[in-house]
Design a protein around this ligand. Structure first.
Ligand SMILES: Nc1ncnc2c1ncn2[C@@H]1O[C@H](COP(=O)(O)OP(=O)(O)OP(=O)(O)O)[C@@H](O)[C@H]1O
Ligand SMILES: [Mg+2]
Length: 348
């Protein structure tokens, strides 16, 4: 009886704790929070510790524009926790924010949270512990590729295999799913963040201009492309000259950015090819019909689907709302928490 009551009053939420964005799904409500995984910290008055100034969207607007005592950090790196305390605080803040929307959330929530396939036991434990420390009553983990496949609407329960490639900020996850489980999963730490880094290195080396993280990401979104068919002209950018330290503006072209991105994109292609090679033959054969579905924010890079189609000879499509797939998939796993489906990593 008590358990039943507890279930009634408490809320279940699913969290896509991403390197770039954190999304929260609440049972019966869908996605109720979508914010950058960023925290602004300031040295507190004693000068000893750091106190949290802002989290999420509010912290992102401060990126690259903060005075000396304030820094904006991303506590997740490569899909795993880089700073435990700040991650815990960030999760706590987001839980608090969503509970404010639900009066009945007086009992600590059950949380389903996703982890990259390539994360170690220690890294998984850290995510679980951070969620528990942030106030969760129970935490279940789900592999990100599995969540992406469910959220993209792939027939994960079917004996016919399907492949999902989730390109986030920190990791690219490749998963082959059949009969409700991951038959093959791999994750490489090359994704959206690496593309931004490659773009800033290119701009510095070719044009002698220093740009911030936000500008590099903007270049990728505006004129970035993975295939010549999707060339998107040119763009004026501003930064600081490495030669005289003065502000300067230059024009960069879509084709030079594509050239700069080539090697990093090639690593993603290799990860997909490796998955096809290592998948059992019968399942690999299924992919001729089912093709590959791309999810994650990285899937929005222009021409990425064409690049994958050309390099794998398979049909490649970008999922609807790729940025939301993992959160939706975590949420659907949460909705099925009581039936014994095999989506979750119960022993991890
Ligand atoms: N239009 C776009 N073109 C290219 N890249 C984009 C676009 N929109 C978003 N991105 C990139 O998508 C990435 C964020 O995607 P997503 O939210 O799926 O990552 P994440 O889940 O936080 O990261 P991870 O799963 O690796 O922990 C960022 O690198 C962002 O720059
Ligand atoms: Mg993700």
């Amino acid at each position: 009886m008590f358990k039943k009551l507890l279930g009634f009053f408490s809320s279940s939420i699913a969290i896509d704790l991403g390197t770039a964005n954190t999304l929260v799904y609440m049972h019966g409500k869908g996605i109720i929070l979508d914010e950058p995984s960023m925290v602004a910290l300031a040295v507190d008055k004693s000068g000893m510790g750091k106190k949290i100034l802002a989290v999420g969207q509010e912290a992102k607007v401060m990126l690259g524009k903060t005075p000396g005592q304030i820094e904006v950090v991303r506590p997740m790196k490569d899909g795993v926790i880089a700073d435990f305390n700040v991650t815990e605080q960030m999760i706590k803040y987001f839980i608090k924010k969503v509970s404010a929307q639900k009066i009945l959330m007086s009992v600590p929530p059950t949380i389903v949270i996703c982890v990259p396939c390539g994360s170690t036991q220690v890294e998984r434990r850290a995510i679980k512990d951070a969620a528990l420390a942030a106030g969760a009553r129970r935490v279940e983990l789900i592999e990100e590729a599995m969540a992406a496949a469910i959220g993209a609407g792939l027939p994960v329960e079917s004996p016919r295999a399907s492949m999902v490639v989730d390109i986030g900020g920190g990791t690219t996850e490749v998963g082959v799913i059949s009969l409700g489980g991951l038959v093959y999963a791999n994750s490489i730490r090359v994704a959206g963040d690496r593309l931004d880094e490659v773009i800033s290195n290119h701009i510095r080396a070719r044009h002698g201009l220093l740009i911030g993280e936000a500008t590099a990401e903007e270049i990728k979104k505006q004129i970035g492309s993975a295939h010549p068919d999707t060339d998107n002209g040119e763009m004026e950018i501003r930064g600081r000259s490495v030669y005289d330290g003065l502000p300067k503006k230059i024009i960069v072209t879509s084709s030079e950015i594509r050239e700069a991105l080539h090697d990093a994109l090639d690593q993603m292609v290799s990860a997909v090819k490796q998955a096809l090679e290592l998948t059992p033959p019968e399942l690999a054969a299924d992919m001729i019909d089912s093709g590959i579905v791309l999810t994650g924010g990285g899937a929005l890079l222009r021409g990425l689907d064409i690049l994958f189609t050309e390099t794998t000879q398979l049909k490649v499509v970008v999922a609807d709302e790729p940025l939301l797939c993992v959160a939706k998939g975590c949420g659907m796993a949460l909705d099925h928490l009581s039936d014994q489906r095999v989506y979750l990593n119960r022993n991890k």
